[in-house]
Design a protein around this ligand. Structure first.
Ligand code: SF4
Length: 708
């Protein structure tokens, strides 16, 4: 078998082997024994290897001269990158520099990014793009359970009687394993409840679909909690023994009668009662939620409302039960565990907790007083760049010029920087604006570990050397050396960083201490926490106690509130953005892979056919979508399984985020509101030239080629 690794895209982390010849990746093999997915890959996974030998790969560093990016040597580029940060720190203090990174980086690079920001640049400002993805869920789980990890392995769906899928189009975002587990559940006589304004192909006619109005998640969850209580179905023993705050949660839900939910969320009262009856009658329920409920200004509260529902029935910490966040990015879970968040030190330790700071400072052999405090979050740092308080940025594998909200604002922010260094395998839309561009690795060019959406730590072996000769570990070490801080960055291999990460994590909230490099190749990966080498790991969390000091989970009162920007007569529809199967995040990788482009060559807005007809949209024509930030012209397609008041637009191109808002953030998670943007949609009188005539089918599901 070729080098064993995991797909670079979503956090299902399907395993695959990379075949190489003379130092070049030439194809892939199915890894039949890979953890969880056993060789299955979706259509994206089977072409992922093509990014390694791609002709667009950056093979030499670039520096900006006379307004253009020109090739240069590594030494010149590293000198220029370092000089810019050092100059800004000397002139304006270290807080003038910031670091933004991606959730696809390995655990080891993520760990080094946080350490580099704090020890080499001495800035508190380091954050990852998971801030725009997983932070609502992470904050809610930390508040409720005391642990930021999905508590339940996906295989527990094999024992469940009911599954609840909330704000997740599994056909596009998690096409392997989960839809098959749901199909099996249905064949056993189980039921699936779907809570989403848009039903993906995984939704069948027999499912209980709550097609809620975007932005009304907490109303629906509160309505279900109230109905469960009224049916006498609360698990009172569980709530009394293992939780606090049930009374407050019930008080918050009391006004959400089925009729009130219908009036607010447009979910028929009878359908809400049907869903409540299913939850009330089932002993074993698995809840799965994703960004639909989370990327809102009420994202944390929405998740808390669903956690209230699961806790009320005791559907947590038992086989066949659980509530899981479906992490989107390849290493979105590990990426937020190892210190590249502005509020967090490695191993999930808080940067504001004196004990946590003391432990990390000791293990890093630094004076605790030199450890910066809490920094600003991803979207806030872009605003700071625009305002001028941040003037230097290091970006690793993140592409805000596609994925951050309000692209006009983002462009103004990046262009206002005095010094922008981008590390990326490709010249992304963001890298094109940089002062210095340093080539990054693709997934088969660096060894390391990643952590799946289940909390399962996995090992990725290196198939070929980095295309441009240096890995992110090498680059950070070289930058740190130039900044006079090299003693903390001596590592050359991923496994060496992993060993340090394990040692630092010992005893922390995210404990990897017992997970060795060798163990990770022996079996099915290891679930953290794993405090010692003879510990088996912990697939199912919270079986006896939750992560809070008193061992109890927390209910909370959730008061549903309207979105920050209401629909109006001028903008009567709601835009919600998301993914399509052929592409991943900003498309920096997948928009370069011919098979993926053939499947989905351009962004296509989805509207209900009745809406399109009322708006006068011509079949095969274009639609103009206008928000209070800007307008875009895109192809459109009809989707009968989408609410008539909702428009869906994929975010993989620099299009959708011209419409979203950068100043509408959840007050706790600081996640942007990608899911509820009022828009006007109208026909385009004169069709501009289109990049292609090919029209992708909507919501394409896994191809036969893509399934093992
Ligand atoms: Fe990659 Fe597809 Fe598997 Fe996700 S489901 S990890 S994109 S192969």
């Amino acid at each position: 078998m070729a080098a064993l690794t995991h797909c670079p895209y979503c956090a299902l982390n399907c395993g695959l082997g990379l075949r190489e010849e003379r130092g070049v990746v030439v194809g892939f093999d199915r890894w039949k024994g890979s953890p969880l997915t056993r060789g299955a890959l979706c259509s994206k996974g089977v072409t992922a290897w093509e990014q390694m030998p791609h002709h667009d790969r950056l093979l030499r560093p670039l520096v900006r001269r006379g307004g253009s990016l020109v090739e240069t040597s590594w030494e010149t580029a590293l000198d220029a990158a370092t000089a810019g940060f050092a100059h800004l720190a000397a002139q304006r203090g270290p807080e003038a520099n910031a670091v933004l990174s991606g959730g696809s980086l390995t655990n080891e690079v993520a760990y080094l990014v946080g350490k580099f920001a704090r020890l080499a640049l001495r800035t508190p400002h380091v954050d990852l793009n998971g801030r725009m993805c997983m932070t609502s869920a992470g904050a809610a789980y930390t508040q409720a359970f005391g642990v930021d990890r999905a508590p339940t392995p996906l295989a527990e769906l094999n024992r469940a009687q009911v599954a609840v899928v909330i704000g997740a189009n599994l056909s596009s975002t998690f096409p392997v394993v989960i839809p098959s587990l749901l199909a099996r559940l249905r064949r056993r006589g189980g039921r699936v409840i779907v809570v989403d304004p848009r039903a993906g192909r995984f939704v069948t006619d027999g499912d209980c679909w709550l097609a809620l109005r975007p932005g009304t998640d907490a109303a629906v969850a509160n309505g279900l909690l109230r109905e469960i209580a009224r049916r006498g179905a609360l698990d009172e023993a569980f709530c009394a023994d293992r939780t606090t705050g049930l009374g407050e949660a019930l008080a918050g839900a009391e006004s959400w009668t089925p009729d009130a939910v219908e009036a607010t969320a447009d979910v028929p009262a009878a359908r809400l009662r049907e869903a409540a009856a299913l939850l009330a009658g089932a002993e074993r329920v698995v809840y799965l939620h994703a960004r639909g409920a989370e990327q809102q200004v009420t994202g944390v509260r929405n998740v808390r409302a669903w956690l209230n529902v699961a806790l009320s029935r005791g559907h947590v910490g038992r086989p066949g039960c659980g509530i899981d966040m479906l992490t989107g990015q390849r290493n979105g879970q590990g990426g937020r565990e190892h210190g590249q968040r502005c509020d967090q030190l490695p191993s999930g330790r808080s940067i504001e907790n004196p004990d946590h700071r003391r432990v990390v400072a000791k293990r890093w052999d630094i004076d605790e007083d030199t450890l910066p405090g809490r920094g600003r979050t991803y979207v806030e740092l872009l605003a700071d760049a625009r305002a001028g308080s941040v003037a230097g940025m290091l970006l690793l594998s993140t592409n805000p010029m596609v994925s951050a909200p309000d692209l006009a604002h983002t462009a103004a922010a990046l262009d206002n920087l005095e010094h922008l260094v981008v590390i990326d395998p490709f010249l992304s839309e963001t890298a094109q604006r940089a002062t210095v561009v340093l080539p990054g690795t693709a997934f088969g060019e660096i060894e390391g570990t990643i952590t799946s959406l289940e909390g399962r730590v996995l090992r990725c072996d290196q198939a070929v050397p980095p295309a441009a000769g240096r890995s992110e570990i090498d680059v950070l070490r070289n930058l740190a050396n130039r900044l006079g801080t090299g003693r903390w960055f001596r590592h050359t291999r991923g496994r060496d960083v992993f060993d340090e990460l394990r040692r630092v994590s010992a005893g922390g909230p995210v404990d990897y201490a017992g997970i060795t490099w060798e163990r990770l190749r022996d079996g099915d990966g290891v679930f953290w926490p794993c405090p010692s080498e003879d510990h088996p790991g912990t697939p199912l969390l919270h079986t006896e106690s939750f992560g809070h000091p008193d061992g109890r989970a927390r209910f909370v009162r959730v008061d549903a509130s309207p979105p920050p920007e209401p629909t109006t007569a001028e903008r009567p529809l709601v835009l919600t953005t998301g993914r399509v199967l052929p592409h991943y995040l900003s498309g920096a990788q997948t928009r370069r892979i011919p098979a993926q482009v053939a499947l989905s060559p351009e962004p296509v807005a989805e509207l209900h056919p009745s809406t399109a007809a009322a708006l006068g949209l011509a079949e095969g024509g274009l639609a103009r979508i206008t928000s209070s930030r800007g307008q875009v012209v895109v192809a459109w397609g009809a989707n009968r399984r989408l609410r008539a008041d909702t428009v869906f637009l994929p975010y993989h191109w620099p299009v959708a985020n011209r419409l979203t808002a950068a100043d509408q953030l959840d007050p706790t998670s600081r996640i942007p509101n990608f899911k509820v943007t009022p828009v006007h949609v109208g026909p385009v009188a004169t069709a501009p030239a289109r990049p292609t005539d090919a029209r992708p089918p909507l919501d394409r599901t896994t191809t036969a080629r893509g399934m093992a």
